[in-house]
Design a protein around this ligand. Structure first.
Ligand code: ARG
Length: 457
């Protein structure tokens, strides 16, 4: 059977195998709202500019509303032979309103249509993701407020480094997520221009009003160049890139959940709602949610790679390669949104073991830097103080004791400034309280209340 839209120049229809290979209905089933919205805007514009009569425009809009209702109610028969959402909807419109349906495609093409649809879809998805990031931030703030005075070891190389607080740790994620959110919104801002009216690639001789359709669809303005409008898929790359970076943030937290909830650490505990058991080991409580969050970024980065390879080296303007960008972009943004929602729930319900964390906050000579800093405050060059404390740590390691338990006579031999008083002052609490440099853990209360004003929670 010949294609109803371009049958004119063909003697036969496409091979059935090619139809099955070539259609884009899987992704397009998610684009029908955007497609109808775009078509209605276009029809109204055609009427307003006198390109078609106002009456024809009204008929088209009414017909499109009926199609929309049918799809909504599940009474719409999608046809693989009609390849995509655009042709399926137009074919049904023709059944409903008759020949006037053929006027809808005046001054446009599927090339600007699909670009418009995908921009609208991506814009909404980015908005949902940005809102979901906010929920994760609120969950971290909840944790910070619950555990604001809980000590926790800070790590480098996953070796105990210096004492921090649990709240400081949570607030670090709020900052990271804020940059992630702004990246998502910046991708949104960059894509928010209308390709509609670029037609196939070279514009149209009809006196269309691209400002009008852009405005109707909530775009800031029409895209300036018709070739660019039909060709551009960098908006997919940018959106998925922002999504991938956010996925990296989530994966870092997820990795910490897996590590810190394991028995040797025992700092954090996932709620039962975000844990699973084992079918064989009755005692198990596994952080599956965290592990999935950790892994999902693989899908996001994979999508970014796929988009890169799908669009690299594509000559302007449209090429069917671009059809492949749709499912990839959608899967990435849907994956990020779902991952954010689960992360928010998991974070909110996390419980902490203050004693375990406090124990480690003071372990592993975590206050050694504080001791060196206190010597430096009394005039010893920091490099020398570092050397002195290094020798004291070696001594304590040999004796199997903490810094404040160091044998005083031997400590004094390393430096007369290593007094009992100075060593006794070395507690993780004092360490954190003393970290008064801007951005330091002494100020987590202030940081938390600043975020609480921003997040309104
Ligand atoms: N189904 C196509 C896509 O998703 C729509 C645009 C087709 N344009 C074309 N000239 N074949 O990309």
């Amino acid at each position: 059977k010949k294609n109803p839209l371009w049958g004119g120049r063909f003697a036969a229809g496409p091979a059935e195998a090619f139809q099955r290979f070539g259609h884009s209905l899987d992704a397009d089933l998610k684009l029908w709202r955007e497609d109808i919205e775009g078509s209605k805007a276009h029809a109204r514009m055609l009427g307003a500019t006198g390109i078609i009569t106002e009456e024809d425009a009204k008929t088209l809009v009414r017909g499109l509303d009926q199609v929309s209702g049918e799809i909504e109610e599940g009474n719409f028969e999608w046809s693989v032979a009609l390849e995509d959402v655009h042709m399926n909807i137009e074919a049904r419109l023709r059944e409903i309103v008759g020949e006037v349906a053929g006027k809808l495609h005046t001054g446009r093409s599927r090339n600007d249509q699909v670009a418009t649809d995908l921009r609208l879809w991506t814009r909404a998805a980015l908005d949902r993701c940005a809102a979901a990031v906010r929920e994760v931030q609120k969950a971290f703030l909840h944790q910070a407020e619950q555990g604001h005075d809980a000590l926790m070891p800070g790590f480098t190389h996953l070796q105990i480094a210096q004492p921090v607080t649990y709240a400081h740790h949570c607030l670090a994620y709020i900052e990271m997520l804020e940059r992630d959110r702004l990246r998502l919104l910046s991708a949104r801002e960059h894509l928010n221009e209308s390709p509609l009216g670029a037609a196939a690639l070279g514009g149209t001789p009809h006196p269309i009003d691209r400002e009008m359709t852009a405005k109707a669809l909530g775009f800031a303005r029409p895209m300036a160049n018709s070739l660019d409008a039909a060709s551009a898929r960098d908006f997919c790359l940018e959106a998925v890139s922002a999504a991938t970076i956010c996925g990296v943030t989530l994966s870092r937290y997820a990795e910490e959940v897996v590590t810190f909830s394991s028995a040797p650490f025992g700092y954090w505990k996932c709620s039962e709602s975000f844990s699973t058991g084992s079918s064989i080991m009755p005692q198990k409580r596994n952080p599956d949610a965290a592990e999935l969050i950790r892994a999902k970024v693989g899908r996001l980065a994979g999508a970014f790679t796929a988009l890169t390879l799908q669009t690299k080296g594509l000559a302007l303007a449209y090429a069917k390669d671009m059809q492949e960008t749709k499912p990839v972009t959608m899967d990435a943004l849907e994956t990020l949104e779902a991952t954010l929602v689960i992360t928010a729930g998991m974070v909110r319900e996390m419980t902490i073991n203050r004693d375990r964390m406090a124990e480690d906050a003071g372990a592993g000579y975590a206050t050694a830097t504080d001791l060196a800093d206190s010597l430096a405050k009394d005039g010893m060059p920091f490099r020398e103080a570092h050397e002195v404390v290094g020798r004291l740590v070696a001594l304590c390691e040999e004796k199997g004791c903490t810094l404040s338990e160091a044998p005083l006579d031997e400590a004094r031999k390393i430096s007369p400034l290593l007094t009992e008083e100075r060593l006794a002052a070395l507690t993780p609490e004092a360490s954190v309280r003393g970290k008064k440099s801007a951005g330091g853990p002494a100020f987590t209360r202030e940081a938390a209340s600043r975020w609480s004003r921003v997040l309104g929670s």
